[in-house]
Every structure is written in structure tokens, then in C-alpha cells.
Design a protein around this ligand. Structure first.
Ligand code: GDP
Length: 464
């Protein structure tokens, strides 16, 4: 539903008790709505006060009675978050008073804003690109430092700038292609074709490198489903507690203590792990324990990262060997952890090789006494690439929609590079480049036609 033209209001701070709450109003009538419900102490009308200046005064409820005192700031279009006239009312943050101020905004002519409507308006009004708008949502939801850095970088335009840079390079190529189509008598020649092929390839490389960031972006934004498995008593719960930084799992010397699955979301190794500690995988006659073991096996199959724990202070048991054979059927990355390093190394080189053969990486730890998870952290960050990325400053995509659009661009660019190499007609190369441009623009929500047309003609010289 397109409600642009209406004036919307919402409580923009979380529900609950707080020092202050902010009610945001946006739309053509924002100042008029606020004037009806706010009397500045200075006696001046709100519309006469300079924008972006906080004004103190009395706030009226829907019946016209004073219900609170607070600060009001007016933002005039286009210099506001939404690009529209907007007003922010800061009142006391009690549940009842906040609701009263909000209802007063509705009574004075505003309509209730839908979810994300302020940001949607900001996008529609050209205040931000689609990836920037998507990043605002992620930033608000961010509960770890990495999520905050990733979304904060994207809000500040890291992804938008990377996409614009690729589009600009492609636009240069398309300008040359259009010229070649319009003026066939001026043959592009082998040299020209090589040049076009080179710039298309550079655009393709950049698209591929942006696509390459999806793995880490997704691992941070959505989290990686990660299971800790192994036979009883190898140190799974100790490792789980080490990773979560809490005593969530019960650690005892009695085998089979963890009978169900414990879950926790942690920021570890620069990514978000949706962690589960499973019941030890072994043969058991206990019905409850058996159910736990079955769940552990299915958990391994559903995981995106498996941490398989072995006790390095003992030789491998049959249960360890059956875990190794189970791991060989799992496609997700697997980290073999040879634990209890402090108790000496009884496990043989051959046994370690058998673990290495099915695991992506093998590390030695002491999860019990010496609580150092740095080796495991660096193994995880290397697996997901978070060690190579500066989230604050580099472009990182995280959303499946962004990836799909960039995939379309990649496929079209690959075909375009191939077409120019095979000497296909220029208009065929041009169509493929247009498709790539269209996909790139859609990644950032820009409408293709006006954008391409305006830029292309701005670059043509007079007379051509
Ligand atoms: P789980 O059954 O696999 O979850 O194993 P736990 O985490 O409950 O650990 C079993 C026992 O081994 C406990 O007594 C732990 O304190 C001990 N333990 C775990 N990790 C280590 C370690 O690295 N070194 C030593 N010495 N003991 C450990």
C-alpha cells in the first residue's frame, strides 16, 4: 500500500519504562499535527521556530489537556530521516504517558505508521538505498558487536558504494557499446573489443568479490547453526561453557550427564554461532539417554558447522570411531577438537590422521582447566572468512536477496565476457551488459530505466 502523502506517527523507542520516549511524526502535515498537541514555552508557534532546534513546552493529550512536558524537534523536508517534514516529540518514558502522546498525535491528524514505514519512506524519497534501508533493520536488531559493525558499515553506505563503483565501470563499457551500435562505420576493432572485454571482466571480478562476502555476512547476520558432538566425558559441556562464557551446561565426570540438547547464541571467532551441546554419542540402554543420542545425530546432519570433540588423553574408542565415520558423511565444515591437552597426548598420530581425514581442521585444546578458546576462535574465523574482513569499512552483503541479484549480475557478465571473446555481435554483448546493470541496480533498489538513460546521455558528447 502506498501511503506517501499521509502523515504517520509511531512511538520510536521500545515499549516499557524509560527516562524518555520519542514519538515520531512524518508526512506533509507533521508540523500541523505537532502544533495541535504542543505549546512551546516561548509562546512562539512551532512553525516559526527554526528546524532542528529542540524546543521545550507542554504536550497536550487528545482532549486538549496538558499531559506532559517535553522537547520537540522539527525537521523540514528534505533534511530529515524520511525526507519528509518530520517532528520528534521527546516526552517522559512511562508506558501510559507515551501512549497518551502517541494517541494525541493520531487525534490531531496523523495515522498509525506500519512496520518499517519511516525507513521505507526514507528509501522511496531517495534518502537511502535499498541495502542501506535493509541495514537499518539489521542495526536495530544487532545484539553482537559484529552484527553492529556489519550493519553500521552498510548503513553508512559500504555496500551501496561498492555497487555504484561496479555500475559506473559498467556504464563506461555500455557507453562504448552504444556508440559502436549507433556508429557501425566507426569499427570498434580488435583493440576496442579487447578493451571492452577487459572492463567487463573487471566488473565481473568485483561482483564475484562482493558475492564472496556473503558467507561471512550471513554467518554474522543470521548465525551459523553449530553443534558440539562427541562421546560422553570428552569435554563437550566444558567447551560449550567456554564458548558461551557461562556455566550453562552441567560439567561432571559422570558419563551421560547432558541428555538433551542445550542451545545458546554466541559471538565467537567473529561470527554468530547458534550453538548446541548434544548428548554424547554412544551405545546406551537408557531410553531417555537414547533419545538424546538420536537427537544429537540428527543435529549433526542439520548443522552448518560441526565441532567434534575427542579426548586426547585416551586412545580412540569404538564410539569415537563411529563418530569419525558419521562425520565422513557430513558436508558441513567440521572442526576436530582434541581436548584435554593438559593431560598428555595418548592419542596416536595415526588416530589424529583419521580425524584429520574427515575434518576441515583439527586443533588441540584444554577446555576444562585452562580456559583458552583462542585456537578454536581463529579456526572458526578462518573457516568463515571473518579474519580477513574489516566489517566497519568493507562492503559485506548478508541478505539472500542481495546475493540473488548479484548472482544475476554475475551470470550476465560472464555471458557478456564470453560473447565478446567469441566475437558475437556487439548488440548481443550490449544486451547482456544491460541485464547485468539491471540486476546491479535492483540490488540497491534503483529503477533501471531513468537511471541508465540519464547517465548514458549525460556522458555522450554534443553532436553524437
Ligand atoms: P562431556 O560429557 O563431553 O560434556 O564432558 P564434560 O565437559 O562434562 O567433561 C567431563 C570431565 O572432563 C569433567 O570432569 C571436566 O572437568 C573434565 N574436562 C573437560 N575438559 C578438560 C580438559 O581440557 N582437561 C582436563 N584435565 N579435564 C577436562
Amino acid at each position: 500500500m502506498n501511503r506517501i502523502g499521509t502523515t504517520i506517527a509511531a512511538v520510536s523507542t521500545p515499549r516499557g519504562r524509560g527516562g524518555i520516549a520519542v514519538i515520531r511524526i512524518s508526512g506533509p502535515d507533521a508540523v500541523r499535527v505537532a502544533e495541535g498537541m504542543f505549546i512551546p514555552k516561548s509562546g512562539k508557534k512551532l512553525s516559526e521556530i527554526s528546524p532542528r532546534k529542540a524546543v521545550f513546552g507542554s504536550i497536550l493529550d487528545s482532549t486538549g489537556e496538558v499531559c506532559d512536558e517535553g522537547m520537540v524537534t522539527v525537521f523540514l523536508s528534505p533534511a530529515s530521516f524520511t525526507g519528509e517534514d518530520s517532528v520528534e516529540i521527546a516526552c517522559h518514558g512511562g508506558v501510559a504517558v507515551t501512549q497518551e502522546v502517541y494517541l494525541s498525535a493520531l487525534a490531531h491528524g496523523a495515522t498509525a505508521a506500519g512496520p518499517g514505514e519511516f525507513t521505507r519512506r526514507a528509501f522511496i524519497n531517495g534518502k537511502m538505498s535499498l541495502t542501506e534501508a535493509e541495514a537499518v533493520g539489521l542495526l536495530i536488531d544487532a545484539d553482537t558487536k559484529e552484527r553492529m559493525q556489519l550493519s553500521g558499515g552498510a548503513v553508512r553506505g559500504n555496500v551501496t558504494r561498492a555497487i555504484s563503483e561496479i555500475s559506473e565501470g559498467l556504464l563506461d563499457t555500455m557507453t562504448a557499446l552504444y556508440a559502436a551500435i549507433d556508429y557501425p562505420e566507426e569499427d570498434v576493432g580488435d583493440e576496442g573489443e579487447r578493451e571492452i572485454g577487459g572492463t567487463l571482466q573487471r566488473s565481473l571480478d568485483k561482483v564475484n568479490s562482493l558475492l564472496g562476502t556473503y558467507k561471512v555476512g550471513k554467518a554474522i547476520s543470521e548465525g551459523v547453526k553449530c553443534v558440539i558432538c562427541g562421546r560422553p566425558n570428552v569435554g563437550k559441556s566444558s567447551l560449550f561453557n567456554l564458548m558461551t562464557g557461562e556455566e550453562s551446561a552441567i560439567v561432571t565426570q559422570i558419563a551421560g550427564t547432558t541428555r538433551d540438547i542445550l542451545r545458546e547464541t554466541v559471538s565467537f571467532g567473529g561470527v554468530t554461532l547458534r550453538l548446541s551441546d548434544t548428548a554424547g554419542i554412544h551405545e546406551s540402554d537408557d531410553t531417555v539417554e537414547k533419545m538424546g543420542i538420536d537427537r544429537a545425530e540428527s543435529e549433526i546432519e542439520k548443522s552448518e558447522l560441526v565441532i567434534a570433540v575427542f579426548d586426547g588423553s585416551e586412545p580412540l574408542t569404538d564410539e569415537d570411531k563411529s563418530l569419525i565415520s558419521k562425520l565422513s558423511t557430513v558436508t558441513a565444515p567440521k572442526i576436530g577438537v582434541i581436548n584435554k591437552a593438559d593431560m598428555g597426548c595418548v592419542i596416536t598420530e595415526d588416530e589424529i590422521s583419521a580425524i584429520s581425514a574427515v575434518c576441515t581442521v583439527v586443533i588441540r585444546t584444554s577446555a576444562g582447566e585452562i580456559t583458552d578458546g583462542s585456537q578454536l576462535e581463529s579456526a572458526i574465523s578462518q573457516l568463515f572468512g571473518s579474519d580477513k574482513i574489516d566489517l566497519r569499512h568493507e562492503a559485506v552483503i548478508w541478505d539472500v536477496r542481495q546475493r540473488e541479484q548479484l548472482e544475476h549480475a554475475r551470470i550476465s557478465l560472464e555471458k557478456a565476457v564470453m560473447a565478446i571473446e567469441c566475437g558475437d555481435p556487439i548488440d548481443c554483448v550490449c544486451t547482456l551488459a544491460e541485464e547485468a546493470m539491471c540486476a546491479l541496480n535492483e540490488t540497491d533498489g534503483r529503477g533501471i530505466e531513468q537511471h541508465i538513460v540519464a547517465e548514458i546521455f549525460a556522458r555522450f558528447c554534443v553532436g553524437k
